[in-house]
Design a protein around this ligand. Structure first.
Ligand code: HEC
Length: 454
């Protein structure tokens, strides 16, 4: 079993991790019948048929079609009658009316008849496919893979219906959403397992103007000031370059250039990895702008806390021209040089530039429950891994059918030969980005198959 095969399988599990099981609504208890059928007919004839007959059809409706022995065959009309009579809207004002008690008994008998029929043949109605919301998806990934991902960057935003983002109506499915989930599954799989063939990419975090950078940033080492601290998933053990960009004053120069000997520290899991000197003369108009880069720094694969934070040169209040309590750069708009100390604008990580492997990460420890040493141990081990993941992902025991479909990506059998397998097999197969090259199938074809099988 190669890591790639496991990646394919996990990717497939994640692709199907888009829905949760629905609950089923309940009808209210029926009320006892009260008015005999003959009396019901008599009431309608006396008080309604003058208007709701086949000829006049007042309100576009005739009551001649109603069979009181089987009102359930015309349940919609019966419901309308219940509604109108309960509200006292029929017969219309001015027309002759039955007494209130009779109306109550009539309505009760109609309701009883409809409810009885509904209870005998329950129809919970049609329910749309319900995917997971972003929050649900992120939590599921966390529980499944011990991995925190920024789902917002991978999936289209959730929509709201009546203020809810976690009801079926808001959690519908569109081709764009589907593609988002496919992309997310592929990216999350790679993040969870690491990638010994990872190529360099770059991630940037920006600090809003409204963030106070005079105190220690949450997560940054003690004794530092401002900056930023984040947890980043490094794809492989390798060398990475960290870049910081300082906030510019309105003239393009450095904010806080009057504070001498300022330094910014880059740390990995609280340990200093680089210390960069901030030159007061740096400016957007000079080569390099307001950026400072570290040399290449070795970082291990998996989630690591990285910080870029200033080393304070003095304790006590910053002596600014104006000094309201708890103010931020946002207050500096229109008041150049309000701040006496530098502020960080962007923090960037680029890499890996060289890869030396993939160390054990929390996700890998969670996923790889076994490590096959001989060829005949591969399938049982893969089955073991996928069973555990699927059991947790689907919140139900894994069936034989599930298992058979999971084995497809390992061998490709059943895909190229004969009729396509179960919808599940097709869905997994079609949703799998990293389909083994032995089973060539274009992404377009996968997507079409998937849509038709949903
Ligand atoms: C004087 C004429 C008249 C009488 C008598 C009358 N209706 Fe109506 N009914 C109307 C008219 C006009 C409308 C359409 C306007 C409305 O919906 O209020 C209507 C509408 C309705 C509707 C709604 C139909 C729809 O498709 O939305 C129902 C149900 C109804 N009536 C039931 C009754 C029943 C039951 C009685 C007897 C207890 C009755 N009506 C007696 C004139 C009458």
């Amino acid at each position: 079993m190669t890591q790639r095969s496991v990646a394919v399988l996990i990717n497939a599990v994640l692709c199907l991790l888009i829905t949760s099981e629905p609950g089923v609504g309940q009808r209210s208890q029926p009320t006892p019948a009260a008015l005999p059928i003959e009396s019901q007919k008599a009431l309608i004839n006396e008080f309604c048929m003058g208007c709701h007959n086949d000829k006049l059809k007042s309100g576009g409706m005739t009551l001649a079609v109603l069979d009181f022995a089987h009102v359930d065959q015309n349940a919609e009309l019966a419901e309308k009658i219940v509604h109108k009579l309960r509200a006292g809207m029929m017969p219309p004002p001015g027309a002759k009316r039955p007494d209130t008690e009779t109306v109550k008994a009539f309505v009760a008998s109609l309701e009883t008849a409809i409810d009885k029929a509904a209870a005998a043949h329950p129809n919970p109605g049609w329910r749309s496919f319900q995917r997971l919301s972003q929050t649900e998806y992120a939590r599921s990934i966390h529980d499944l893979l011990n991995l925190d991902v920024d789902v917002g960057a991978l999936l289209p935003p959730d929509s709201l219906h009546d203020g809810f983002d976690n009801i079926a109506e808001a959690q519908s499915f569109s081709p764009a959403v589907l593609e988002g989930y496919i992309r997310a599954a592929s990216k999350i799989t790679a993040e969870a397992l690491g990638d010994p063939k990872a190529t360099a990419t770059s991630v940037t975090w920006s600090i809003p103007h409204t963030t106070n950078q005079l105190r220690q940033a949450p997560g940054a080492p003690y004794g530092t000031r401002g900056g930023i601290s984040v947890t980043h998933n490094f794809p492989a053990d390798g060398e990475y370059v960290f870049t910081v960009k300082m906030q510019a004053a309105t003239n393009g120069g450095l904010i806080g250039r009057r504070s001498p000997n300022e330094q910014i520290e880059i740390s990995v899991n609280g340990e200093r990895a680089a210390l960069l000197d901030i030159s007061p003369t740096m400016s957007e108009s000079r080569p390099g702008g307001l950026n400072l880069k570290t040399a290449r720094i070795f970082v291990k694969a998996g989630p690591q806390r990285i910080s870029a934070a200033f080393l304070p040169k003095f304790s006590g209040l910053v002596d600014d021209l104006v000094a309201p309590i708890e103010y931020t750069l946002a207050d500096a708009i229109g008041a150049a040089q309000l701040y006496q100390v530098p502020h960080l604008q962007d923090f960037n990580v680029a890499g890996p530039f060289t890869v030396s492997g993939v160390s054990d990460t929390p996700s890998r420890r969670k996923v790889f429950k076994c490590r096959p040493v001989a060829a005949n141990e591969e399938l049982p081990c893969a089955t073991n891994i996928i069973t555990a993941l699927a059991r947790q992902a689907y919140r139900r025991p894994v069936t034989q059918e599930d298992l058979e479909s999971w084995q497809v990506p390992l061998s490709c059998s059943g895909w190229n030969s004969g009729p396509p397998g179960s919808p599940q097999v097709r869905t997994i197969a079609s949703m799998t980005w990293n389909w083994p090259p032995a089973c060539p199938i274009s992404f377009g074809a996968r997507l079409r198959t998937m849509r038709s099988s949903l």
